[in-house]
Design a protein around this ligand. Structure first.
Ligand SMILES: *Cc1c(COP(=O)(O)O)cnc(C)c1O
Ligand code: SF4
Length: 318
């Protein structure tokens, strides 16, 4: 298999080049700090000549991103206020979230952390802090994308976390199994499985077209290694804001052994206002999912509210 670091180096960063590949030379785009980044393997899953392709829409910087929109901010979910020490966030009881990198293999245009400048520290201080708090039972690796860190770094980190007696679970929030499946190599799989910790991986898929045979194979290898797999998505206008797309997504995920976990309403981050789906429409979609799908294929629809004790469920009132 191709080595993942080479694939990452070959990822596309130039919008004109991307649009040429997709035979869409006239499509308008914007250039700004949070630039285009997309691996070639992900581009292959897009349809040539379709300006509304649901994968393209997730990654192409559009001119709309430059609008300043009221109520949209740079830190919509209060990440900075939740930082205990650099790189260690706690918002909820019993679980802490580590930001050990801000790098990703793809730049999702709706990302709520696209403006956040975390200072990245050595993990020793973070682990000492977790070690001193026995109420913490779950460590979440986030970012950025934690699986962009090298194998030996992750291996040492996992071993160090496993030495903390009160930690039961390690959860990894990552988009790499989807956007750069070659990342899941045998060294990484070994690091993930040779630990006493229970492993949970939350992948991030918004549309069924993101899952191809290669992705399916990788997800099944994670599953075969005894890892619990969940998915979280964001409800995005023009990408998955219809019942067909949402039902197909749940079906495609379960076909690979992944259960839908959260369907987030958009975090109101500056630059992403054009993706917002009104709450009334979101509730309508949730009702339709409940009609069409078995209960275990209906994700929990939630909104993250800064300062709240848990992700807030969107309730259907009858
Ligand atoms: C979203 C989030 C979690 C995970 O919440 P769950 O409801 O357990 O999935 C944990 N910590 C932080 C800081 C978060 O933002
Ligand atoms: S992979 Fe995750 S952290 Fe990275 S840009 Fe996409 S949504 Fe943001």
């Amino acid at each position: 298999m191709i080595d993942w670091q080479s694939s990452l180096r070959q990822a596309i960063r130039n919008p004109a080049h991307l649009l040429e590949l997709l035979e869409l030379p006239d499509l308008k785009y914007s250039t700004r700090g949070f630039g285009l980044l997309v691996p070639k393997g992900y581009v292959k899953r897009m349809h040539k000549g379709d300006p509304n392709d649901p994968l393209l829409r997730q990654i192409l910087p559009l001119p709309e991103e430059n609008q300043q929109v009221e109520y949209f901010s740079n830190d919509p979910v209060g990440d900075i206020a939740a930082e205990k020490i650099p790189g260690l966030l706690q918002k909820y009881h019993g679980r802490v979230l580590l930001v050990l990198t801000t790098a990703c293999a793809i730049h999702c245009r709706y990302c709520f952390r696209q403006h956040t400048k975390f200072s990245i520290s050595q993990y020793q201080a973070i682990l000492a802090n977790i070690n001193s708090d026995p109420s913490i039972t779950e460590v979440i690796l986030s970012g950025g994308d934690p699986l962009i860190l090298p194998d030996d770094y992750l291996d040492k980190l996992i071993n160090s976390i496993a030495k903390i007696p009160h930690i039961k679970r390690l959860r990894i929030h990552t988009r790499l199994p989807i956007v750069l499946p070659e990342r899941i190599n045998s060294t990484l799989l070994a690091a993930l499985t040779q630990t006493r910790l229970q492993l949970v991986i939350v992948v991030h898929v918004n549309h069924a077209n993101e899952i191809d045979a290669n992705v399916k194979q990788i997800l099944q290898s994670l599953l075969a290694a005894g890892i619990t797999l969940f998915n979280q998505s964001v409800l995005l206008r023009g990408i998955n804001d219809n019942i067909t797309a949402l039902a197909n997504l749940s079906e495609a995920l379960f076909n690979c052994g992944v259960l839908p976990y959260y369907l987030h309403l958009l975090d109101r981050v500056q630059g992403a206002a054009h993706f917002e789906v009104p709450e009334s429409q979101a509730i309508e979609l949730l009702k339709q999912m409940q009609v069409q799908l078995p209960g275990y294929l209906v994700p929990k629809m939630v909104r993250e509210v800064a300062g709240a004790a848990y992700k807030q469920p969107i309730e259907i009132t009858y």
